[in-house]
Write a protein that binds this ligand. Structure first.
Ligand SMILES: C[S@@+](CC[C@H](N)C(=O)[O-])C[C@H]1O[C@@H](n2cnc3c(N)ncnc32)[C@H](O)[C@@H]1O
Length: 227
């Protein structure tokens, strides 16, 4: 995301440091207080979705991850203005998530309009590339879900293949979210508003880790003539 450098950006972030997730110990504390799993958004941009989604699910902690500090600042100032109490921002790269989170810490991962990295030589940078999916698997609850939406057909098709190859099952797949039955609960992002205003349909899918098929029988066979 391109953004003009913010004036006094670092000082403004520090002024809102209560909204920062600064160390893995904060997640450890939530875990030991029984307040996990949380919801996690990766690449929150300017924060419209993060503010609305954290408000909608007030009972759960919400962690918004953003790589670029000036972009995160914009989202933090929105969350501050909205009085959000359950949200924290992690200014970091998604590839570092396992420094903070353990298996079962996250119920939902939101990937909204992730950078498409269209050049084929950059495919490993896409946030739905299999190495990222393995990271997400290692922090999700057993029934946890990745909610992915994008306007970009190439990225969507690539992601469906990566989800399948990494053992996810797909649900609520649509290539035109706003015209679909799944739009009722939708929270729009900044990118979504811009792209749909230009006539691009929004693609969305939910991905859950496939449960290993049980080979055990639920009841032992009855022995005939058992006394
Ligand atoms: C195209 S923007 C979309 C912003 C927002 N989600 C929306 O839909 O309006 C993608 C955002 O993801 C962030 N991002 C890209 N790679 C990331 C990474 N590896 N870890 C965390 N954030 C990342 C970018 O800095 C950018 O703000």
């Amino acid at each position: 995301m391109r953004m003009r450098k913010k004036k006094n950006g670092e000082a403004r972030i520090q002024a809102l440091s209560r909204l920062l997730l600064e160390s893995p110990a904060e997640i450890d504390n939530l875990r030991s207080e029984g307040r996990l799993p949380c919801r996690l958004e990766i690449g929150c941009g300017k924060g419209d979705f993060a503010v609305a989604c954290s408000e909608k699910y007030k009972e759960q902690p919400y962690i918004a991850v953003e790589l670029i500090s000036d972009v995160a600042l914009c989202a933090m100032e929105k969350a501050d203005a909205a009085g959000c109490e359950n949200i924290k921002f992690l200014i970091s790269d998604a590839k570092k998530l396992t420094e903070y989170f353990q298996k079962g810490d996250v119920s939902h991962i939101y990937l909204n309009f992730s950078d498409p990295w269209p050049k084929s030589k950059h495919y490993k940078r896409r946030l739905t590339y299999r190495t990222f999916l393995e990271i997400y698997k290692s922090i999700l609850t057993d029934d946890g879900v990745i909610c992915f939406k994008t306007d970009n057909v190439g990225l969507f098709d690539f992601s469906l293949e990566e989800f399948e190859a990494s053992g996810f099952e797909l649900d609520q797949l649509t290539r035109d979210l706003h015209a679909s039955e799944y739009n009722g609960d939708n929270i729009e992002t900044e990118y979504e508003r811009n792209f749909s205003a230009k006539g691009f349909p929004i693609h969305r899918v939910e991905a859950r880790v496939k449960k290993a098929e049980s080979t055990e029988q639920c009841c032992p066979p009855q022995a005939e003539n058992a006394e």
